[in-house]
Write a protein that binds this ligand. Sequence first.
Ligand code: SAH
Length: 501
Amino acid sequence: MSTVYLVGAGPGDPGMLTLKAKEVIETCDVMIYDYLANADFLKWCKEDCEILYVGKKGGDHTLPQDKINELIIEKARTGKTICRLKGGDPYVFGRGGEEAEELVEAGIDFEVVPGITAGVAAPAYAGIPVTHRDHTTSVCFITGHEDPTKEKSGHNWSVYGQSNSTLVFYMGVKNLPMIAENLMKNGRAADTPVALVRWGTRCEQTSMVSTLENVAEDAAERGFKAPSIIVVGGVCSLHDKLGWFEKKPLLGQGVVVTRAREQASGMVKTMRDLGACVYEFPTISINPLENADEVEEHALQLGRWDWVIFTSVNGVKHFWQHLRNAGLDARQFGGINVAAIGPATANALRDRGINPDFVPKKYVAEHVVKGLLDLDIAGKKVLIPRARVAREILPAELTRAKCDVKVLPVYETTLAEESGAEIEKALEEGRIQYVTFTSSSTVENFFQLVKAEKVQDCPHVKMACIGPVTAKTLRDYGLTPDIQPEDYTIPGLVQSILDDK
Ligand code: SAH
């Protein structure tokens, strides 16, 4: 017999998912998810997981609730493990209770994985603790969707009006004028602070504070829409003092990361931590070689070389993979000088037990050559394990210095199989502020996937290039590099975007 997990996906920030929820997502056979749940989580599903969208957006129900219930039961009867993923917490205005009842009636086992509800998380991200001893002794979660003027309302406005409870309204934006009106009519002071938090905990978060008397007008003026949480009560006065998330320097800034997926995670995380809305758009795909005979041969006879120069983390990673396949390890490097072209490459070597003999101060091939010549590399035997296609300057310069140079391809890069449509649409809609390029190939591949005119049409979008070579390639496409760090590294690139803001 199968189990159905009713799982809360949290309010939107992908970090706000419980460990248990992640485990269920990773192991389920069928995923049935809603509109508000962050679709990022789906990447954790097993390859053969059946993924079904039954979303709800406002009144537009992709699938009505009774059909959703039927679908869950039908899938459960096949004996599979089912993850029913919902935004926030499944039992807080998520109709999880109804789905659970149906499951009990159908005799199907289920478990609940609570999630962080938007009514707590969105205010917290906007500097509003839903309880605070100076302001309130309770908190009330209320649906704002029920029409407060209808005859048989479930609301007891006099209780809401007369208590000092913090009131948290879900789905209330459309009814904001009526909510405010009813609260004032039933005893809440006209100057009671009210806060609205839209897209709470996500990079798109915005918030505002007003008073019961003015909030409807203020919210309309600022065009506040769903999904928003409305908070009523003294705690909202802490918004300015305790607000922290909206102070993030890149909050809401759309940043495109074009690095290969395997290499992008550090940059993506840093950008997200700074508040940016990151568009992961890997333009390069990194593949192992089909035939590795040559690499393994060199790994076996590494002692023939005086120097081995690594030019990227991938070069290190793939070389080690071949080393391992040949039954070897770092001891092969005994007595050989090792160079890394930049700090990340150097760290990849250190992780594998090699402390490089040389890391240049500036991270482009020209500086590497100069530094190496100072270390008497001229005339020596040099092996450069790297991508099959890469810049020729390093081997060329070393050859000029009478080195015996061997370029050893250890992996291949190809144009990623991505569609540029989503990026083009985001550009058109003004959601992108920065496009980042971390190598010439990211530039070349980006413009194979996205039409250069689409970018040229958006003069406000800034192009950030890691170094002069990448910047030159960008100029070849008729675009100006707006941002270029002094230090040709990812942290340098991030810093120069921050400086630009
Ligand atoms: N089960 C969900 C609530 C679903 S009802 C939970 O526990 O959070 C949908 C309403 O939740 C929206 O209309 C909005 O009021 C609120 N909501 C959900 N996510 C939100 C977010 N990130 N920011 C602000 N409000 C949100």
